[in-house]
Write a protein that binds this ligand. Structure first.
Ligand SMILES: Nc1ncnc2c1ncn2[C@@H]1O[C@H](COP(=O)(O)OP(=O)(O)OP(=O)(O)O)[C@@H](O)[C@H]1O
Length: 440
């Protein structure tokens, strides 16, 4: 029986020699047997966290603890962790069985029956019928199962997975994410799972830890992190379709409290928290699931109005882009989430290289086609941001004023029609200029 261990990091920090702060004082407790997902955009430090826990990277400061014991000076092998990467890294000339058995054969001290152990693990992963094949004759999903079998064959105390499903197509990813989570729970092994995919995080995790630029933003059960985000970044990063981020300001006049979103006003119940922010600019984060189309005049609560600009028909429902005239958070601020916060390429092409410059053509090709024009200098606020989105599932930032609403099929609105949507105040999220939550 393998001991089930807890993992912890204590103000764990990694600064690379070039000065990049990849992990910044992160303290996380993972209970024994827990499945914890580290979630965040590319470059936020997820893999570095995992490598530090694995012992493949040395921390600059802080500690890694396994079962309460500081393991900073232990090698990866001594930590008894198993790691799985997205690229499988199987030996192409060895059969599936030989691949799975490999860690046992190189491990001194394994005295058991190798074949029996391989069969047992292959059974766990549902790949018994594949044991005589070579990796080249397997599908991506099967290869990833073999990689996982190989990782667990030595009964690790800790299972570390770095985007293990990201090379697979969407259907297979959905199937495997259920299997991986079930496997980890069946084995009862403490698991740290890294992904940039919010669906994986929300469906697989016992708890999700959201990272931004090496800093822990929030940690909690998936439902809590989704519905009760602590920061604007978390609210923006979790949401399909993308969370609408709108600029607004709070005004309190007598017993009336409003959120002014420029082109329109949302009346909200008065509260001390809002009164404290009288006159402050805020970001209003409103996901599609907080908006419901209603006949004009039918809602007694707050509504937003706009005209239909785009209807994306998904079959069972449509995503309707409503031009509301509200100003979204500025692209300038949205770049906060990119590792490189320098100029946008469009600006570089517009301003920097003269015609005929050798890089001009290359840069022009790198600019997403049809990217909306930069915000006018008169944009009323300078706060708020978009995270970096998975280019597979989302597109570019919306043009000025777009709010995305879900409309159930079959009666869909047409382009140019006006539409009213009721706003569910319980799901309306407000953030101050620093990106911290203001609770209604
Ligand atoms: N050896 C290194 N030297 C310098 N900087 C590094 C090194 N390895 C990673 N970084 C930087 O540290 C930051 C965090 O990288 P890390 O790979 O942990 O991010 P990530 O969230 O796992 O991203 P991805 O999802 O793209 O793998 C990035 O800015 C990255 O460029």
């Amino acid at each position: 029986m393998v001991p089930v261990v807890a993992i912890a990091t204590d103000r764990l920090t990694k600064v690379f020699p070039d000065g990049t702060v990849a992990v910044d004082e992160v303290s996380i407790d993972v209970a024994s047997g827990e499945f914890l997902v580290l979630l965040g955009p590319t470059g936020c430090g997820k893999s570095t966290m995992l490598r530090l826990v694995a012992g493949l990277e040395r921390e600059t400061s802080g500690h890694v603890l396994i079962d309460g014991r500081v393991v900073d000076d232990l090698t990866a092998r001594e930590r008894r962790v198993a790691m799985v990467f997205q690229d499988y890294a199987l030996y192409p000339h060895l059969t599936v069985a030989q691949n799975i058995a490999f860690p046992l054969r190189v491990a001194h001290g394994f005295t058991g029956d190798v074949n029996a152990r391989v069969a047992e693990v292959a059974e766990h992963l549902g790949i018994r019928r594949l044991v005589h094949r070579l990796p080249g004759h397997l599908s991506g999903g099967e290869r990833q199962r073999v990689a996982m079998a190989r990782a667990i064959v030595r009964k690790p105390q800790v299972f570390l997975l770095d985007e293990p499903l990201s090379n697979l197509d969407a259907g297979l990813r959905a199937e495997l994410r259920t299997d991986v989570a079930a496997l980890a729970r069946r084995l009862g092994v403490t698991t740290l799972y890294v992904t940039h995919d919010q669906t994986e995080a929300l469906t697989m995790a016992d708890r999700v830890a959201v990272l931004r630029r090496g800093v822990l933003q929030q940690i909690g059960p998936p439902a809590e992190v989704y519905s009760d985000p602590a920061t604007l970044f978390v609210a923006a990063f979790l949401g399909t379709p993308r969370t609408n981020l709108l600029q607004g300001a709070i005004y309190v006049e007598g017993d009336r409290t409003v959120i002014d979103v420029g082109s329109q006003v949302l009346e909200v119940p008065p509260s001390d928290a809002l009164a404290e922010h009288h006159n402050d600019r805020v970001t209003v984060a409103v996901r599609a699931d907080a908006l419901r189309p209603v006949p004009d005049g039918a809602s007694s609560g707050p509504v937003l109005r706009g005209s239909v600009r785009i209807v994306e028909n998904l079959g069972h429902e449509a995503l309707v882009h409503l031009d509301t005239g509200i100003v979204p958070t500025s692209p300038a601020e949205s770049r906060l989430e990119l590792p490189d916060t320098g100029q946008h390429l469009a600006d570089v092409v517009a301003e920097e290289p003269p015609t005929g410059h050798p890089f001009r053509h290359t840069l022009a090709r790198m600019i997403p086609h049809g990217r909306p024009a930069a915000q006018p200098a008169t944009a009323r606020t300078q706060y708020g941001f978009y995270p970096v989105y998975d280019p597979e599932v989302t597109d570019e930032p919306p043009p000025l004023g777009d709010v995305v609403v879900r409309v159930p099929a079959p009666v869909l609105p047409r382009r140019g029609e006006s539409m009213t949507v009721a706003v569910d105040l319980a799901k309306l999220l407000l953030f101050d200029r620093a990106g911290d939550r203001i609770r209604l």
